[in-house]
Structures are given as structure tokens and as C-alpha cells.
Design a binder for this molecule. Structure first.
Ligand code: CP
Length: 313
């Protein structure tokens, strides 16, 4: 594996999960693997978990992490080919990616979608430009359409907490005050499609995710009915895909409550808005495994970096 940009880069999810659990049991076992190697973490958008867990993962492998808030601290980067750069952008991605490659052995990038230009977002122009113009491996720390470090983490967490061979997993939309990307939901869908689980998505009318990603996964519009017998309820807001980037529904009846959740475990990638997405009573109970889920971000990232380092010269 050269780059990690999608859940589809995982060749065998079951063995990756077992490998990540082994790293979790002995995080410093490979502490010399990344010695004298540097990872550059480039953030075009905010982060808490991804920023800290990916640094921790790199440190556990003996790497030196360098972190940059690109949008705030770097020169404005131009991605257009042949652009006359007489506007706000001062540096082209051709030079920027090539230069960062001189300092770093791996580059990890976070770049959210516009949610206004579906074609541009689906072209994944930022992460693909880094792949094209950098000379080192690229890791996706959440792009326009995917968050594969999160999706892999979620698979590890479900594997850890599952009490039966084929648990029922529900991905549920919940309301939010802002228009949010589809990336987390997309990667979760792709991860669950690779796992031995009974997987259902529930969301309001107008909120079906990209059908090329959901494929044959069942989609319902009746949340409470779908939650019956669920072992895991994974909750996320996303904006409309068909009416791209729009908020069509803010119905608080879609918020997750303790009564609706039943005996299922509650999962969310975080950050989560309390009493908008989910009521306090859920997050403050043993039903919530969001902290254990966030902890697994380190080992998901660590396995990805380990696999890249093992094939690097
Ligand atoms: N879940 C997640 O990616 O969190 P951050 O946005 O804080 O990195």
C-alpha cells in the first residue's frame, strides 16, 4: 500500500482489525520502525481527534510529526491548472506538494468539501493533487467524500464490542444546525459493507447518501422501527446529497434518545452537539462508547502508517 485514501485501500479488513488490536495491546512494539522519518500533517480544516491521534500514532512508531494549519498559516494554495495567479492564491500545489515532500516521508492531508460544487468535491481535487505532485505517500485525514481513518476505527470498535457473530448495525442520520459533509457516513458505509454485520441505514426523505456508495445496503425512513434489535447505533448528520449540501430537515424527533436506543451501543465520530444530535442521557451512560471509539483512532492510524513505512525504502 503506497497511499491510504479510501476504505478500499484495506485489502483484508478482518486481518487489519486484528493487527490494530495487536498494536493497541503493545503500542511501542515497532517504536524503531519510523526512526529518522518525518510525517507532515497538513490541515486545511479544524480537528481535535485526527490531529492528536495521528501524531500519537506516528510517535508510537518513532516518527517525527510536523503539523501545519495550512489554511491559516501557509500561503494560499492554487489547485487550478494553468491559472493566472493574480488573485488570492500565492503558491501552486505543484510546488507546495513537491516542497513538502523534501521535508516529509509521509504527508497526511485534511481537506473538507465545498458542499456547493458537487463535481469539484467528487473529483477530490485536493487529495488527488497531493497524490499527483508529492513524491511521498499520502494519507487521507478526511477528504471531500471520505474519512477512511475514522471508518477503519469504527470497524475496530464494533469488532471489540460485538457480543454476537453477526451484530445488527444501524447508521442513523440525526439533526444538526449546520450543513455537514458526507465523508464520515460514506466511509462508515464502506467499512460495514466489508464486515460480517446486518447493516441498515436510516435517514429522512431527501437524505439518501450517494447511491454509488450505499449500493445494496437497505435504507429506511423509519428510525424507531429500524432501531429494533440493533446492537450498535452509529449516528451522524450529513447534508442532502441529492439537493447537494442543503439542509432539508431539522426535525428534532430524529435526535437519539435513551428510550429509542434501547440496549444498543451508541457510536459517533465526534465532535457531537449534545441535545441536538443526541441527548445527554445517552452520552452520559454506559451505552455510549464514543470515548473508546476515539481512543481507537490512534491504533487505526498507527496500523496505516506502519503498513506504509514497511513498504517504504
Ligand atoms: N472524528 C474526527 O475526525 O474528529 P476531528 O474532526 O476532531 O479530527
Amino acid at each position: 500500500m503506497k497511499n491510504y485514501t479510501s476504505i478500499h485501500d484495506i485489502d483484508n479488513l478482518h486481518s487489519w482489525i486484528e493487527d490494530a488490536k495487536a498494536l493497541k495491546a503493545n503500542p511501542l512494539k515497532h517504536v524503531t520502525l519510523g526512526q529518522h522519518k518525518t510525517i507532515g500533517l497538513l490541515f486545511f480544516n479544524s480537528s481535535l481527534r485526527t490531529r492528536l491521534s495521528t501524531q500519537k500514532a506516528a510517535l508510537n512508531l518513532g516518527m517525527n510529526p510536523i503539523v501545519m494549519n495550512v489554511s491559516g498559516d501557509a500561503w494560499g494554495i492554487e489547485f487550478g491548472d494553468g491559472t493566472v495567479m493574480n488573485g488570492n492564491t500565492a503558491e501552486h500545489i505543484k510546488e507546495a506538494a513537491a516542497v513538502v515532500s523534501q521535508y516529509c516521508d509521509i504527508i497526511a492531508v485534511r481537506a473538507f468539501p465545498t458542499l456547493t460544487d458537487k463535481t469539484l468535491d467528487e473529483s477530490e481535487h485536493v487529495i488527488n493533487a497531493f497524490i499527483k505532485y508529492a513524491s511521498v505517500p499520502i494519507v487521507n485525514m478526511e477528504s471531500a467524500t471520505g474519512h477512511p481513518l475514522q471508518g477503519f476505527t469504527d470497524a475496530i470498535t464494533i469488532s471489540e464490542f460485538a457480543k454476537k457473530a453477526k451484530p445488527k448495525v444501524v447508521l442513523s442520520w440525526a439533526p444538526h444546525v449546520k450543513a455537514l459533509p458526507h465523508a464520515v457516513a460514506n466511509s462508515f458505509v464502506q467499512a460495514m459493507q466489508k464486515m460480517d454485520v446486518e447493516f441498515v441505514i436510516t435517514n429522512p426523505e431527501g437524505y439518501n447518501l450517494n447511491p454509488e456508495i450505499t449500493g445494496n445496503t437497505p435504507i429506511t425512513h423509519n428510525q424507531e422501527e429500524t432501531f429494533k434489535n440493533a446492537d450498535f447505533v452509529y449516528v451522524k448528520n450529513w447534508s442532502s446529497y441529492s439537493d447537494y449540501g442543503k439542509i432539508l430537515n431539522t426535525d428534532p424527533n430524529w435526535m437519539i434518545t435513551k428510550a429509542k436506543l434501547g440496549d444498543a451501543k451508541f457510536m459517533h465520530c465526534l465532535p457531537v452537539r449534545r441535545n441536538v444530535i443526541v441527548e445527554d442521557a445517552v452520552l452520559d451512560s454506559d451505552s455510549s462508547i464514543v470515548i473508546q471509539q476515539a481512543n481507537n483512532r490512534t491504533y487505526a492510524a498507527q496500523l496505516v502508517l506502519k503498513k506504509i513505512l514497511e513498504r517504504s525504502p
